[in-house]
Design a protein around this ligand. Structure first.
Ligand SMILES: Cc1cc2nc3c(=O)[nH]c(=O)nc-3n(C[C@H](O)[C@H](O)[C@H](O)COP(=O)(O)O)c2cc1C
Length: 195
């Protein structure tokens, strides 16, 4: 490669980096370009990310889907779905802080709430909705009377931090995967048809 070609290739590479730094990894481009919906989730190992994407898929892809750690600007959206995975009975600290900081942007915009939990691999019912949604997430969002769903999640040891992994292995917890795309999509459809 001669000197001129070397610099040309270098500048093209930098240009590509500048463009790609603006791209979002999970961006989806639905048929209708207007996105007034956002799903904001919190996760440790990815279950709630998948739930969020599948909920949006159930809404024909019209929602932007954000990890709460991206600190999304909610003012752009008219309708919000908020959810997160559960550890020790609660969503992550980042989600709790985000919801406190965005209290006014949430007002009148939350259309759905969801939680993803293990529930010791047992089916979920009204008790989990009361504990994780009514008495926890709904309070953090300062909202009530919105559609909600508790999903069963999964355990993937390879994605877990060392301490959590040791703790879960100490309980003899096997790896499992109980999160269902169809359930998440059905919830997305329900939210949309209710809006
Ligand atoms: C350290 C740890 C604590 C957990 N605590 C709870 C809990 O209190 N209640 C529950 O139902 N599930 C609990 N789970 C199960 C998770 O909620 C479940 O695995 C979920 O799918 C994880 O979501 P994520 O992949 O988005 O991080 C816990 C899991 C771990 C690893």
């Amino acid at each position: 490669m001669d000197k001129r070609q070397f610099f040309k290739t270098g500048f093209m590479g930098i240009g590509a980096l500048l463009v790609s730094s603006k791209l979002k990894a999970l961006e989806f481009y639905p048929t209708s370009p207007v996105k007034k919906w956002a799903v904001v989730y919190s996760t440790w190992c990815g279950s709630s990310r998948d739930a969020g994407v599948w909920i949006s898929e159930g809404m024909d892809g019209i929602a932007d889907v954000f990890d709460v750690r991206e600190n999304p600007d909610l003012s752009k959206y008219e309708n919000l779905v908020i959810g997160g995975s559960i550890r020790s009975g609660k969503v992550s600290n980042q989600m709790q802080e985000f919801l406190a900081q965005n209290n006014s942007a949430l007002k009148g915009r939350v259309r759905g709430l969801f939680a993803v939990c293990g529930n010791m691999m047992q089916p979920v019912g009204p008790e989990q909705t009361k504990t994780l949604i009514d008495n926890h997430l709904a309070k953090l969002c300062d909202t009530d009377n919105v559609l909600s769903k508790v999903f069963l999640g999964r355990i993937t040891y390879g994605l877990m931090d060392k301490d959590s992994r040791q703790m879960m292995e100490g309980f003899d917890m096997p790896e499992y995967d109980n999160l269902k795309r169809a359930d998440c999509m059905a919830f997305g459809k329900e939210i949309l048809s209710n809006a």
